[in-house]
Design a protein around this ligand. Structure first.
Ligand SMILES: Nc1ncnc2c1ncn2[C@@H]1O[C@H](COP(=O)(O)OP(=O)(O)OP(=O)(O)O)[C@@H](O)[C@H]1O
Length: 309
């Protein structure tokens, strides 16, 4: 079910069109990576969804409500983390999260437990009594996520949360984002660095000069761009016979064999995939694993930019 549905949403700043009639649909449980260079319009789009900017034109529904009419409801149920934010530096981390829990109307009796839960979720339980001003930038970004988590929003909007972080802090943040994704939370996360999003986005939207140029499920986009699927087949024993059989199957090429795992590239869709599997099994091959290889976002992006004029 769509949790966000935008139709031709647009934002002009004087003569500049920052977001140019963007239509986008995000289903519950999707993790959408919004990728694009600086100035593409990612922040402007997220700020509109976060109800901080009013669209010049177009319509959007978030969590089932109209973006401009029901913005108070949307603010309650959508967690927006802007690219820059300030926290009260002379509060402790525990006090800071309590403050946000109160502001979001978490029932008083539930606040203490909720704050503890969030502290351990963002892996900062040992910093509970540290002042915000003593936390590193990486920790502050995790506190940013924490202030959204205290009210358990239905949709997370994260604007370049990893920007300016050192490698270790990026990995720590990434672990938390992976947790969100694994728990089936709905997230839109922007970045101009692809590797930041690799591995946990189910969907991707590529934005450039105010427009979404390409969007969809990561694997679908790969198929669209390359016209093929990559499959890994593991068999019991010597793979030679299986390799020979795969080679005889139409529209398939074997791209590599590593011990008992055969990497295959094939043109087509799920139907052809099922056909190849049946072909092997009926041919007496003991198939241990047969899976479409998950697309690496970076390979995909290279392919897209490589094919660009
Ligand atoms: N309040 C504003 N007034 C005027 N122009 C603006 C305003 N906010 C953004 N812009 C312009 O809109 C365009 C899109 O900016 P936006 O910040 O949305 O891009 P972005 O993809 O988020 O880039 P970045 O990664 O640099 O944040 C840019 O040309 C920017 O200068």
């Amino acid at each position: 079910m769509a949790i966000l549905e935008a139709q031709e949403i647009r934002k002009e700043f004087g003569p500049l069109v920052a977001v140019n009639d963007v239509s986008l649909s995000v289903d519950e449980g999707d993790v959408l990576g919004l990728i694009g260079p600086n100035g593409a319009g990612k922040s402007t789009l997220l700020r509109m969804f976060g109800t901080l900017l009013r669209p010049t034109a177009g319509r959007a529904q978030l969590v089932g409500r109209d973006l401009t009419k029901d913005y108070l409801h949307i603010r309650k149920h959508v967690g927006f983390l802007p690219d820059f934010f300030n926290l009260y530096s002379d509060l402790t981390l525990g006090e800071c999260l309590r403050f946000f829990a109160e502001a979001y109307g978490v029932p008083r009796s539930a606040i203490a437990a909720r704050v503890e839960e969030v502290l351990s979720y963002i892996e900062l339980a040992d910093k509970r009594d540290s002042f915000i001003r003593h936390l590193s930038r990486g920790m502050v970004q995790r506190v940013g996520l924490g202030m959204l988590l205290v009210h358990d929003p239905q949709l997370f909007l994260l604007d370049e949360p990893a920007s300016g972080l050192d490698p270790k802090a990026r990995i720590q943040l990434r672990n938390i984002l992976r947790k969100l994704s694994a728990e089936g939370k709905t997230v839109i996360i922007s970045s101009h660095i692809l590797t930041e999003l690799s591995g946990f986005c189910s969907h991707v939207a590529i934005m450039n000069r105010g427009r979404i140029e390409l969007s969809g499920a990561v694997d679908e986009i790969r198929r669209k761009v390359t016209g093929s699927m990559q499959v890994e087949v593991s068999v019991l024993g010597d793979p030679e016979q299986a390799v020979a059989m795969i080679r005889r199957f139409p529209l398939v090429s074997v791209v590599g064999v590593d011990r008992a795992t055969i990497s295959v590239e094939m043109v087509g869709g799920p139907q052809e995939l099922a056909g190849l599997n049946a072909h092997l099994v009926h041919g007496g091959i003991e198939v241990v694993r047969f899976a479409e290889r998950k697309t690496d976002l970076e390979d995909l992006f290279m392919k897209i930019s490589g094919d660009a004029p």
